[in-house]
Design a protein around this ligand. Structure first.
Ligand SMILES: *Cc1c(COP(=O)(O)O)cnc(C)c1O
Length: 355
């Protein structure tokens, strides 16, 4: 009996992945050259589809990298000469912040109080912050940043680059990319694909910063710099031997999701999130970790409580896998990934297990 994964990532595979994997084997995708016509057209097609699907401006760059963690590092290396500013709302944003320090940048931060509702567009950001780093959807605790706050932050800091981690909210997140300079995600969460591929979306303003730093002879890396990625992207290629299979599967699932329609996908996520939070709210041993409804993630539900091993047991009996709490909260919290890959039937089963 197949399991249904309600983990936060790697997560349940999108229902069509099975079939695309079989086609990939039949068509010998694993042996296709990353310098040939097939790959080139697949690259261009996927980048264009992603732009259409998420409404990304035409002049933005789409680069393929290996992980979201790499996306954080590329952001620091390519766009921060001296100083970065980080909203810290959980473990992943903390990692982004630490990475800036590891590069000997002057990293400053604002620690979000996840129990309160407030506007984040009136926080004092240092004038010299070159990058304002935001983890839009904290996978560690299920706290989400409102999209409109991100837009407002860019509007009031037009000279800073706003970098947004959208790993566990894409494609649900309704980010206005014209007010986002860098956004990155890996494909093993919301897109329901095997891990090993990630995307970084780069605005012209962020790209110019990397070019400027390169000209100043500031170290921006060597293997995956924004300029080196762009140089290859012009020919539909990547500097290294690409994850050809990963890109193939991504292109196929992206096409399937496009046919389904982004509005429909978003509505489904919201409808299911509502049901799951309702179930958690009336549960006898669980409560949602995030108390402020506006900041509750629609894709990552975290609940704290007791008798968690019984819940995991009951899930197992029904062939469901529910995520454990992050790190030190492994035994006191559960995390549920609510992604486009889940069918109505799966959600009904989850609700039954939670009852
Ligand atoms: C999973 C996750 C990451 C790390 O992704 P990798 O692909 O493993 O590097 C970063 N940020 C957030 C918010 C995540 O959920």
């Amino acid at each position: 009996m197949k399991k249904i994964y309600f983990t936060v990532g790697p997560a349940q595979l999108y229902p069509t992945v099975d079939e695309h994997m079989r086609t990939a084997i039949a068509e010998q995708i694993g042996s296709v050259s990353h310098r040939g016509d097939f790959f080139e057209s697949m690259y261009f097609d996927t980048a264009q589809r992603l732009k259409d699907f998420l409404s990304i401006p035409k002049d933005y760059h789409i680069f393929f990298i290996s992980s979201a963690t790499e996306g954080m590092e590329r952001t620091i290396q390519n766009c921060v000469e001296h100083e970065s500013f980080h909203f810290i709302n959980g473990v992943f944003s903390q990692k982004f912040f630490t990475m800036s320090q590891q590069h000997y940048k002057d990293a400053k931060s604002y620690v979000v109080d996840i129990s309160k509702l407030r506007d984040y567009n009136n926080i004092t950001v240092p004038k010299n912050a070159e990058v304002i780093a935001i983890t839009q959807n904290e996978t560690s605790n299920g706290w989400m940043f409102l999209e409109r706050d991100i837009t407002a932050i860019k509007k009031s800091h037009p000279n800073s680059l706003v970098a947004v981690d959208i790993v566990s909210s894409v494609p649900y997140v309704k980010l206005d990319f014209s007010y986002t300079d860098i956004a990155f995600f890996s494909v093993q969460k919301g897109f329901g694909l095997p891990a090993g591929l990630a995307v970084v979306i780069v605005s012209p303003q962020a790209f110019e910063k990397a070019q400027y730093m390169e000209k100043q002879k500031t170290l921006i890396g060597s293997y995956h710099t924004f300029p080196s990625l762009a140089k290859y992207a012009r020919d539909g290629q990547t500097p290294e031997t690409a994850n050809v299979l990963g890109l193939y599967l991504f292109s196929k699932v992206l096409k399937d999701m496009q046919e389904n329609g982004i509005d429909k996908i978003r509505q489904k996520i919201e409808k299911n999130a509502h049901k799951i939070y309702d179930a958690l709210s009336i549960h006898t041993t669980l409560t949602p970790l995030i108390q402020v409804p506006e900041h509750r993630s629609q894709t990552i539900m975290v609940a704290k409580g007791t008798a968690l091993s019984e819940i995991h047991q009951r899930a197992k009996k029904n062939n469901l896998v529910i995520g454990k709490g992050y790190g030190e909260f492994e035994d006191t919290q559960i995390r549920i990934g609510n992604f486009p890959a889940h069918r109505d039937l799966d959600i009904e089963m989850l609700l039954k297990v939670l009852k």
